[in-house]
Design a protein around this ligand. Structure first.
Ligand code: MN3
Length: 261
């Protein structure tokens, strides 16, 4: 285990038990949470060959799946418009320039480049990551829903690793808040086939062979200032707290299921 240990997250059954014994007073909820999660965790650990799921990303920017105004009250329309049509569009243009210069076959998935990014230029790393991360980020959101939360296997997996959805949100938010400078927070499946959380710097992501954390991303949160500054100014924590209302848990679940789980 790499990332979770660095951040005092529980890992494995022993780690989870220790974590739970340290943090939870009542025993009944713990027993229910663990037994419900056990079959799913077993399927992670028996999946020995880590491979990306069925979602692939091209080099062109795809249409935003909703209007610029769709996330209002959480992310304002002007932020969305500038973010999508300026920042993210530039990553797509620049990764295509880099791919042309470095003779990359752009009919193949961008993931093929990202998983071998150490063989390419810094321009490819920054813009390939930037393009991939934003294409995923737009899909990870949808118009605001009350009591927005994951269900089914995804919820069980989260509860299995983080004890509760609320605790998961708290710890995920910490990664976003504590990422110094610019970067991303992630929910991802690590190489031990466990769902976990972490963050990356700049436009790196867990697919990259040189990233601080490695695995298959399920949920992406952009914590660059351009993602929130117009509405939230320096208050990144407020942006993250509000963001949970617009997370598209159905999409996150689809990514999890594409991993044959
Ligand atoms: Mn951004």
């Amino acid at each position: 285990m790499t990332t979770p240990n660095k951040t005092n997250l529980p890992t494995g059954q022993a780690g989870r038990r220790k974590f739970i014994s340290q943090t939870v007073k009542g025993g009944l909820a713990v027993t229910i949470g663990l037994s419900a999660a056990a079959p799913l965790l077993q399927s992670f650990t028996t999946n020995k060959n880590f491979t990306p799921g069925n979602f692939t990303t091209g080099f062109d920017q795809q249409p935003l799946p909703y209007a610029y105004t769709a996330l209002e009250n959480v992310i304002d329309a002007m932020t969305m418009e500038i973010h999508y049509s300026k920042h993210a569009a530039a990553y797509s243009k620049n990764v295509k320039d880099a791919a042309a210069a470095e003779k990359v076959d752009m009919t193949k998935p961008l993931e093929d480049v990202l998983t071998n990014i150490s063989k390419y230029s810094a321009k490819m790393r920054n813009n390939g990551g930037g393009h991939y991360n934003h294409e995923m980020f737009w899909q990870c959101m949808r118009p605001k829903k009350e009591n927005n939360a994951p269900t089914g296997k995804l919820l069980k997996a989260i509860e299995g690793q983080f004890f509760s959805f609320d605790n998961f949100k708290k710890q995920f938010a910490e990664f976003g808040k504590n990422r110094f400078g610019s970067g991303w927070a992630w929910l991802y499946i690590n190489k031990e086939n466990l769902i976990t959380i972490g963050s990356t710097t700049n436009q790196d992501n867990p697919l990259m062979d040189i990233a601080e954390i490695k695995g298959y991303p399920l949920l992406a949160l952009d914590v660059w200032e351009h993602a929130y500054y117009l509405k939230y100014q320096n208050k990144r924590a407020d942006y993250i707290d509000a963001w949970w209302q617009v997370v598209n848990w159905d999409y996150v679940a689809e990514r999890l299921h594409s991993f044959n789980i």
